[in-house]
Design a protein around this ligand. Structure first.
Ligand code: PSU
Ligand code: MN
Length: 307
């Protein structure tokens, strides 16, 4: 375990990591930027419960008062959820500055991976990852999440990526940087709200034990990077591709018209898609995160048991 002087493990997470018990990291951007209050806090608690029910300890990650937290308390989760988007979205470039200034930060996939790794946590569950944006050929807008997957050994379980991104280019980038993309029970990349995207993943795996074996082999090989597990949204919560696709096109159009750039792009697009698709997309979002948390907990349990 890395005893970084800026890192605080909750007593439960510290004990679990030290004992080699399964732990699952969770991000906090999904809480403060991804969903409205109070559904964000309710979902964060429900995700923690489902991880416990599946045999692992949850570790919600965030930066609070300049401390890197691996295992937020219920009060800290409530605080992040109530503050909402006024908590700054913290990516790799922001971390040192937040620490130096004693600031608060909601961790993205990137910074959740960094802090999870510092804490000795190997598996992380979330909803969707960032990727290569449409039009990146000229804007160069590529999420730091992809770079982090190439450099930090944490397995990320997600529901694919939203087609606010260029999914084909996202897969190309991951291939170039040596990140394996695994479909859980499918050979097709899921697109968050929908089970299909039209793009193939590198590998299909069908059990948590198979995922754990693959990740253990990567660790044994001494590879620096992680692995991306893409777990399709349960059928009963998946959305009509035509509805989602027109909402995404409209969101991208509005982002262009408003000159939205940089770190604001993803939150802007996500908020617009939500606005245009209403409560249906929020319910789907909650359900897919729960589904990913369950798979991540079972995989962490297999990894911890060496199976
Ligand atoms: N995509 C989603 N939901 C999210 C995010 C992305 O479908 O909540 C969040 C995650 O925290 C992700 C971050 O790590 O946005 C990526 O932001 P950017 O594209 O600015 O790197
Ligand atoms: Mn970006």
């Amino acid at each position: 375990m890395n005893l970084n002087c800026y890192l605080d493990l909750s007593p439960e997470v510290a004990q679990a990591v030290a004992a080699g018990k399964p732990v699952v990291a969770l991000e906090s951007t999904i809480i403060s930027h991804g969903m409205p209050y109070p559904q964000n806090v309710e979902t964060a608690f429900a995700v923690e419960s489902i991880i416990r029910e599946n045999g692992a300890v949850p570790a919600t990650i965030a930066v609070i008062g300049g401390r890197l937290k691996a295992g937020c308390t219920r009060e800290e989760i409530e605080y992040l959820g109530k503050q909402g988007p006024s908590v700054s979205k913290a990516s790799r470039r922001d971390l040192a500055i937040l620490v130096a200034r004693g600031g608060d930060g909601a961790t993205t996939v990137t910074t959740t991976m960094i802090i999870a790794h510092m804490a000795g946590i190997k598996v992380f569950a979330t909803g969707g990852i960032g990727g290569v944006h449409r039009g990146a050929q000229t804007t160069m807008d590529i999420s730091a999440d992809l770079e982090e997957l190439a450099r930090t050994p944490v397995m990320v379980v997600c529901a694919g990526a939203k087609s606010i991104l260029d999914l084909g280019l996202t897969l190309e980038y991951l291939e170039t940087h040596g990140v394996p993309v695994i479909g859980f029970g499918t050979q097709e990349l899921p697109a968050f709200y929908t089970r299909k995207s039209g793009f193939k993943v590198d590998y299909r795996m069908d059990s948590p034990a198979e995922l754990a074996d693959a990740f253990q082999a990567s660790l044994n090989l001494g590879f620096p990077g992680g692995m991306l597990v893409t777990n399709p949204i349960p059928d009963e919560y998946s959305m009509d591709p035509a509805v989602i696709s027109s909402a995404i096109d409209e969101a991208i159009h509005q982002a262009d018209e408003n000159g939205v750039r940089g770190k604001e792009t993803t939150p802007f697009l996500l908020a617009k898609v939500k606005e245009l698709t209403g409560g249906d997309s929020l319910e789907s979002n909650i359900q897919l995160v729960l589904n990913n948390a369950r798979l991540a907990a079972r995989t962490a349990a297999c990894l911890a048991n060496g199976q």
